[in-house]
Design a protein around this ligand. Structure first.
Ligand SMILES: NC(=O)c1ccc[n+]([C@@H]2O[C@H](COP(=O)([O-])OP(=O)(O)OC[C@H]3O[C@@H](n4cnc5c(N)ncnc54)[C@H](OP(=O)(O)O)[C@@H]3O)[C@@H](O)[C@H]2O)c1
Length: 236
């Protein structure tokens, strides 16, 4: 298989931010490996879809194996799959806790190990983790400790891996969104959610896709948590 174009793996790619990134990177002529539980085959020969639960290590193995079989290399991995369960701390069930850790942490861990193994063979690569500015800026009235627990871990792991792999040609960054107009948030909530940002409105999917595109081209940037959050992390 030809390996002339860059190859990007995007998790959580069936809708929302992930689907926006698939489009943004196809527009840049990347070959894309798109994965999520419900993702359907694509008619575009440069998009490989792999369906499965990203918290399952066997699915992570299948995604990376099929990516290499089809496209021969992995230049970039975007760990975008994530779930958000906002509840008062004591209302979280064991099932909530297990589900959020499975997607947000296991879904990062297994596939990132396998992708970085391929990147090491190539001597280059880039990992981007999608986190949340709730980590830096908890919001009164939006109790969501499981988002902070898991995405805060990803922010910390971003810096740790950036340093571990800095001399091996592999960069690791994060994009920390504010609240973005995706299927995660119904239309009826947009005005109230917009008011939770200093700029007074929610972000667009393209705001996050552009940030990931920027990081992928920014060869001197690693260990960065790029806040794309309408000022949330700066203050309120
Ligand atoms: N939207 C926001 O305001 C916002 C703010 C901060 C951070 N984020 C983060 O940005 C990322 C994307 O959010 P979004 O708003 O685009 O969410 P979304 O519209 O709910 O999409 C989530 C994606 O993740 C996939 N997914 C969920 N559970 C999965 C599992 N067990 N295995 C594999 N894939 C799974 C879903 O596909 P399937 O259902 O097909 O599996 C879907 O493609 C998440 O990590 C989220 O935490 C979003």
């Amino acid at each position: 298989m030809s390996s002339s174009k860059k190859v990007i793996v995007i998790t959580g790619a069936s809708q929302g931010l992930g689907a926006g990134m698939v489009k943004a990177f196809r527009d840049l002529d990347y070959k894309v490996v798109a994965t999520s539980r419900s993702i359907k085959p694509s008619t575009d020969a440069d998009i490989l879809t792999v369906a499965g639960d990203i918290g399952d290590p066997a699915v992570a193995q299948r995604v990376i194996r099929e990516a290499i079989e089809r496209f021969g290399r992995i230049d970039t991995l975007v760990n975008n799959a994530g779930i958000f369960v906002a509840k008062p701390f004591t209302a979280y069930t064991q099932e909530d806790y297990a589900a959020v850790l499975s997607v947000n942490l296991n879904g990062f861990f297994y596939i990132t190990q396998l992708a970085i193994t391929e990147m090491e063979k190539q001597g280059s690569g880039h990992v981007v983790n999608i986190t949340t500015s709730l980590v830096d800026h908890a919001i009164d009235g939006v109790p969501s400790v499981l988002a902070s627990l898991t995405k805060g871990g990803l922010n910390a792991a971003t810096k740790s891996l950036a340093i571990e792999y800095a001399k091996r040609g592999i960069r690791v960054n994060a994009v920390s969104p504010g609240i973005i107009k995706t299927p995660m948030h119904g239309e009826e909530t947009h005005e109230a959610l917009g008011n939770l940002h200093p700029v007074g409105h929610m972000g667009e999917i393209s705001d996050i896709a552009q940030a990931v595109v920027y990081l992928d081209s920014a060869n001197f940037v690693t260990g960065e948590i790029l806040h794309v959050d309408g000022g949330q992390s700066a203050g309120h």
